[in-house]
Design a protein around this ligand. Sequence first.
Ligand code: SF4
Ligand code: SF4
Length: 364
Amino acid sequence: MALAVMFKTVSESCNLACDYCYYSRVKGNPGRAQEAIDPHLLERFMADYMSSYARGSASLAWQGGEPLLAGREFFERVVALEAQYAPNHTVISNGIQTNGVLINNAWAEFFRTYHFLVGVSLDGPETIHDARRVDRHGQGSFRRVMRGIDHLQRNNVDFNILTVVHPGNVDRVDALFEFYQSEGLRWVQFIPAMNFLAQNPEHPGRYEITPEDYGRFLCQTFDQWYNDGQPKMSIRFFDNVLSRYVGLEPEQCTLAEMCPPTLVIEQNGDVYPCDFYLGPQWRMGNIRDDRLATLLRSPVYRRFRQLKASLATACQSCQWRSGCQGGCPRNRGDDAGSVGGVDYFCQAYQQFFTYADNRLHRLG
Ligand code: SF4
Ligand code: SF4
């Protein structure tokens, strides 16, 4: 599998202050605008990556904070460097995850021209979204996000919606789907809200919803998605589960057999093996000092790559193992007699597979 790279384009800088904000340092307040990745560092990376790892394809993801704060000039430099250093006939894929507030017509034209896949964070209709996704003055961002989405739609940009599942929407499945349908939003992914302010990469992730909540949510959303055997929209989790039923390897890391080869690069050049493992003990090095090949040989990376395969005893004999693959190592607690415990959402996965298995077989 090709090496994918995710950049923390502007580190924690953000123009919103969502209360479940990713970085614990931010504590719900946007910091001073931070410089984007240094241009020389970016060029050094691009030359190394394209010459050694772009074998027919190159996959780069741009995240933040809010990556659009880096400005269009930064991304114009990105696409110019990609074109300069990519071997002939390389298929380059750029994904960007944004809160959508800064998207205007010029951004939308840029995304369309360079075929960026845009992920927009949107938690549902206005009252649900605005309860959590606010600016530093506590004002909801819904209308600004929808204006950004309108620009994407009018410019035919490929985009999907990322909805964080939290206590405010986990039991509002009907309202979510009515909203997606009325706004023409057909590509959606869900992620359970992590309590990012209580994170330590050495301990299992803490979540705002319980496994029971998530199991119920997955079953209800599956009913909506399944639509009497005629799915009309893409829900990333179900698309991935279905891949397994038709004999393909899912692209979603939590459902794949192994954590995919990915590097997460911070704005200052520090490198980590996964977005969920950003602590100092998981720092592999820095692209300022190290070639990518050296980073990938680091003991930290080797240790990380072994985590997912260390399945709990319960997973090894579980009837849903091929669908779930033990979930994410970051969500596993300890259990005596095994290397790691089961995923925090194990019960949700069991509930979902028990509920949906027959229909998934029929679709497959
Ligand atoms: S640790 Fe979890 S989030 Fe990270 S790549 Fe592996 S499965 Fe995915
Ligand atoms: S459903 Fe639970 S026990 Fe089964 S493989 Fe997944 S995490 Fe392990």
